[in-house]
Design a protein around this ligand. Structure first.
Ligand SMILES: Cc1cc2nc3c(=O)[nH]c(=O)nc-3n(C[C@H](O)[C@H](O)[C@H](O)COP(=O)(O)O)c2cc1C
Length: 331
């Protein structure tokens, strides 16, 4: 019954309810974006943040951070990858953004949510939420300096240590000229502590006239239904849940399309694990990176797929990629 009411609500909304794969530094790198967008359900993904300080990044640096730029900004599956910038010097951010435009980038996102102390110490990320006028200045400078056809968006948390400036920041982003705003429904101080405060998403959505993309704690289909119901947002961004349950977006799209929701079985998951390891090995020729990424991912999937517990135990102490490949093939 609850589902039925929800579907009626959806039919009143835009026909397209977009799912966006979240930017996640050190977790959703190019191989992970490649894999998850192949599995399906995502309409767009966002790169890990690229920090802008005093330098103009070279083409090689950009491609190292966001290899999709060299493939018309798309992942292997053809999903657009937005380039995310983090910084506080709006002039340098604009210079770098203009370089991205020269490289063919069409969509740029600004990070106002990163909680990392090093980043915040240099006045980047969530610390900017203490000064909405700085947020406005950054968005406005980029919007004014970029060609009109370049889509500029932003991502924020509810605030730094409280929500007092939440609406001021959202309005600063909208008035600065961003086309859409993703909100991770927590303050910086709340870190990742549950629950995410989805009630704020509705308040923000009603306070600005740009699209608000809901984000925070969508780990399963039911969470997706609940965040959309509570926020009234059409578009949802998924982060950790996308990594823990690689077919989450596919399940959501099946649901939205009125199809039977079919969660992946472990054989399919195992194929994805093998592919991910291959993609990581191809990315870096030192295999320590691939092994670390694989172990990190398996550690996150253990709670969803019980079989992963045994697989993780089998590879936990292995240090050579060919040993790991053998285990993955024989498992
Ligand atoms: C490991 C990790 C790295 C992250 N890196 C970024 C980042 O580079 N840029 C950004 O805007 N948000 C970043 N985030 C925040 C996520 O995009 C997202 O807002 C947050 O995880 C909440 O969504 P979720 O509950 O679906 O994971 C990161 C989160 C995690 C867990």
């Amino acid at each position: 019954m609850r589902y039925k009411v929800f579907m009626q609500h959806f039919s009143l909304c835009s026909p397209k309810n977009r799912l966006i794969l979240a930017p996640m530094q050190g977790l959703c790198d190019a191989p992970m974006r490649d894999l998850l967008t192949r599995i399906g359900g995502y309409d767009e993904c966002v790169s890990e943040f690229v920090r802008i300080t005093h330098t103009l990044h070279s083409r090689a640096t950009w491609l190292r951070h966001i290899p999709e730029i060299a493939q018309n900004n798309q992942t292997f599956a053809g999903v657009y990858c937005v380039s995310q910038l983090l910084g506080s010097d709006e002039k340098m951010m604009l210079q770098n953004a203009l370089r991205l435009v020269k490289l063919g980038v069409r969509k740029i996102d600004l990070n106002f949510g990163c909680p990392a102390p090093t980043v915040n110490k240099h006045q980047g990320g969530a610390v900017l939420l203490k000064t909405p006028e700085r947020v406005y200045q950054i968005v406005k400078t980029l919007r004014n300096g970029l060609p009109e056809q370049i889509v500029l968006t932003a991502k924020m948390r509810l605030g730094f240590d409280n929500t007092d400036l939440c609406l001021a920041n959202a309005q600063a982003i909208a008035n600065g000229g961003a086309a859409a705003l993703t909100v991770h429904a927590r303050t910086k101080v709340q870190g990742y502590e549950p629950p995410a405060h989805w009630e704020w998403l509705k308040i923000i959505r009603e306070a600005v006239d740009i699209d608000v993309i809901a984000n925070g704690d969508v780990f399963c289909l039911q969470d997706y239904i609940a965040i959309v119901e509570q926020s009234g947002c059409r578009d949802v961004m998924i982060g950790r849940g996308a990594v823990m349950r690689p077919d989450l977006a596919r399940q959501i799209k099946q649901y939205l399309n009125g199809q039977t929701v079919q969660a992946a079985d472990f054989n399919e998951v195992l194929d994805w694990i093998r592919l991910f390891f291959t993609l990581c090995c191809e990315k870096e020729n030192h295999h320590r990176y691939a092994i670390a990424r694989l172990k990190q991912w398996l550690g996150m999937m253990k709670n969803v797929y019980p079989e992963v517990i045994r697989l993780f135990a089998d590879i936990r102490t292995l240090k050579e990629s060919d040993e790991i490949e053998r285990v993955l093939q024989q498992f």
